[in-house]
Design a protein around this ligand. Structure first.
Ligand code: AHR
Length: 512
């Protein structure tokens, strides 16, 4: 059996955990909103039409901030269409996804849904077809207490208290030729800077996210970030990153190493942002908002989602069904976000329900967890306190896309206040179990509270409507904590989490 050694150095602190690293994303796309979070008439729907079975799953998932209302959708959106009496709201064409938008869910409904799920709303403004004026109006509508035209309109619409939205995205993927109103870096940098400056004139404590590249493979990657930040640096707080991964041409080995690309992406954006910082002699450091990340079988959707003559309402779009391998990669991407949490301040799994999502629903039917639900929910639940960067000594394997990749990746967290810590690990080997010996002496842990794993002999096993619980978490057998060493055996293509704590002395603790 292959073996690996990991040392958890209690002093190797990356950053205190900001819960915004566990954010998600709800876009008016396909069945994410309609027939997803909102389905009046469903047996679990509340008086407003929100499915409470979905609300329960969102809470269990442990997502924190929710980016809304898009995505590509926002670049053609008129927020005014989605407020006021529902019967007066117009139906519009959504050019981004070639569908009809009924506007039955808008800002007020979504803010109430966020309250229901205990989430923080992260709002995106339209810089595709609109600009400063619409952004300022939306800000006044959502955040101004009262006594102005738009705050009073919100109150008349039933929301006495302002929503106090803190994080705002200045448009979406404005570098992408598919984006309605896409721009050059120079043009976008200018409009983003002016919009940010105006929004901060209304409230200087807002946290603003300027659009970075929509992928590290974009031809403008790097130059885009530099140019946009040269215009907007002093007015913004975050620059966005978006990344989607998929297994291509049966190359599972490269797919399992996807987080190497995410690491490269993060390092490149950090280097570029810091270059601009020094060039401008600024004292401020920009953080990254990784506000779209996930597995997405994009190549397949290019064919199935092809634009045709129809304008459907809430069609089934981007409804990827995820495998065990997809979940392992997702768990690894989350490990990477945590390892870079000193610079990645916020992140959003794209998306939340039905559309490339951890939660699926059937109209009039059940809601269920995809495989990718599990690593996200467990990490969100167990990762508390501070992130620690481990030292990992393990063999590598050759990949076609990323060169040599370590067989094991891991991250640790420690919450000194409550005396709990956690480890998250992946085994990328397709054939070998790996015995990992982990020096956890620095954590002063004395018990294994939980040891969970996601693995299946069939790496392509999935949860589907007829078989909704085919894949789930299992106990990780054979984990031993003895003295200051934790020993675990990771199955091939697996993601695992171990929670440590307890107050025992130096006993040997073994999981069943
Ligand atoms: O999440 C799906 C789409 O991916 C979003 O609308 C867009 O921003 C990205 O290209």
């Amino acid at each position: 059996m292959t073996s690996a050694r990991i040392v958890i150095d209690r002093t190797a602190v990356v950053a205190p955990i900001d819960r915004r690293i566990f954010g998600s994303f709800v876009e008016h796309l396909g069945r994410c909103v309609y027939d997803g979070i909102y389905e009046p008439g469903h047996v679990t729907a509340n008086e407003e039409g929100f499915r409470l079975d979905v609300v329960d799953l969102v809470k269990e998932l442990g997502s924190t901030t929710i980016r809304y209302p898009g995505g590509n959708f926002v670049s053609g959106y008129r927020w005014e269409d989605g407020v006021g009496p529902r019967e007066n709201r117009p139906v519009r064409r959504d050019l981004a996804w070639h569908a009809l938008e009924t506007n039955q869910v808008g800002t007020d409904e979504f803010a109430r849904w966020c309250k229901l799920t205990g989430s923080e709303l992260m709002m995106a403004v339209n810089l595709g077809t609109r600009g400063i004026d619409a952004a300022l109006d939306l800000l006044e509508y959502t955040n101004h207490p009262s006594g102005t035209a738009l705050s009073d309109q919100r109150i008349a619409n039933g929301a006495l208290d302002p929503y106090d939205i803190r994080m705002w995205c200045l448009g979406n993927e404005m570098d992408g030729p598919w984006q309605t109103g896409y721009m050059t870096a120079d043009d976008y940098g200018k409009i983003a800077a002016r919009t940010a400056q105006a929004m901060k004139a209304a409230d200087k404590s807002l946290e603003l996210v300027v659009c970075g590249s929509s992928g590290s493979a974009m031809p403008t990657f790097g130059d885009w970030e530099r140019t946009v930040l040269e215009h907007s640096y002093e007015h913004v707080d975050y620059i966005s990153c978006h990344a989607y991964y998929q297994e291509r041409k049966g190359d599972l080995g490269s797919f399992l190493a996807s987080s190497l690309d995410m690491q490269y992406f993060i390092e490149t954006v950090v280097a570029t942002a810091d270059h601009v910082k020094h060039k401008l002699k600024s004292s401020k450091t920009i953080k990254l908002s990784f506000d779209e990340w996930n597995i997405w079988y994009l190549d397949e959707h290019r064919v199935s989602d092809e634009v045709n003559e129809e304008w459907p309402i809430a069609p089934r779009q981007l409804e990827d069904v995820y495998s065990v391998a997809d979940a392992v990669v997702l768990g690894n991407l989350l490990i990477t976000l945590l390892k870079n949490h000193d610079r990645v301040g916020s992140a959003s799994l794209a998306q939340l329900v039905n559309v490339i999502a951890p939660i699926m629903t059937e109209p009039g039917g059940p809601a269920w967890r995809q495989t990718t639900f599990f690593p996200f929910s467990v990490t969100s639940r167990l990762a508390r306190g501070e992130v620690l960067r481990p030292r990992i000594d393990v063999e590598t394997y050759a990949t076609t896309v990323y060169g040599d990749a370590p067989l094991v990746d891991a991250v640790a967290t420690v919450d000194a206040e409550v005396g709990k810590s956690a480890l998250f690990l992946v085994n990328r080997s397709q054939t070998e179990s790996i015995e990992v010996s982990i020096d956890v002496a620095g954590l002063a842990a004395t018990a294994i509270d939980e040891a969970l794993t996601l693995h299946d002999d069939d790496v392509y096993a999935k949860n589907t409507l007829p078989n909704r619980e085919r894949v789930g978490l299992r106990d990780l057998p054979g984990a031993v904590l003895e003295g200051g060493t934790l020993t675990v055996t990771l199955a091939p293509v697996s993601w695992s989490a171990i929670a440590l704590g307890g107050r025992a002395t130096t006993a040997t603790i073994v999981t069943d």
